[in-house]
Ligand binder design. Structure first.
Ligand code: SF4
Ligand code: SF4
Length: 144
């Protein structure tokens, strides 16, 4: 009988110790969770989100269509069409497409871009109801 009462007391004590920890966090500690999507956390600048192509100060595309990014991409989700502009005799892209349905956000394309014009954004919530919506072209990828 006595051992039975001791067991009950030990159980009650461990319950009180657990509740003390719970109440301490509930009443005195700052919440570590946020009410997503109403609140959003800031992500680190090195976050690998969707890709963007940067332009120069004049709003001209820096990318010269060297195709290195599409060649290093392990899943071959970057495609582009390249032409030589007779106006300035420079190589340019007439189309540049990334299929984010296949992209694994490895960052190899960004690291290998010799012009440093391909960057990751900090966007972590890019979604679509269909696969076509995950394919972005120059109208969305080039940031002027
Ligand atoms: S992040 Fe990786 S998978 Fe995505 S486009 Fe770049 S190289 Fe390809
Ligand atoms: S590696 Fe850079 S410069 Fe070359 S095609 Fe890709 S984005 Fe353009």
């Amino acid at each position: 009988m006595i051992s039975y009462i001791i067991k009950i007391l030990k159980g009650s004590w461990s319950l009180l110790v657990g509740m003390k920890v719970t109440l301490k966090y509930f009443l005195f500690e700052k919440a570590v969770t946020v009410r997503y999507p109403y609140e959003k956390r800031k992500v680190a600048p090195i976050w690998r989100g969707t890709l963007r192509q940067l332009c120069d100060d004049k709003g001209e595309e820096i990318c010269d269509g060297c195709q290195i990014c599409s060649r290093v991409c392990p899943v071959q989700c970057i495609s582009m069409e390249v032409f030589k502009d007779p106006a300035d005799n420079k190589r340019k892209t007439s189309s540049y497409t990334v299929d984010f349905g296949r992209c694994m956000y490895c960052g190899l394309c960004v690291e290998s871009c010799p012009k440093k014009c391909l960057v990751h954004t900090t966007d972590y919530a890019f979604v679509s109801f269909d696969r076509e919506g995950l394919v972005l072209g120059k109208d969305k990828l080039v940031k002027r």
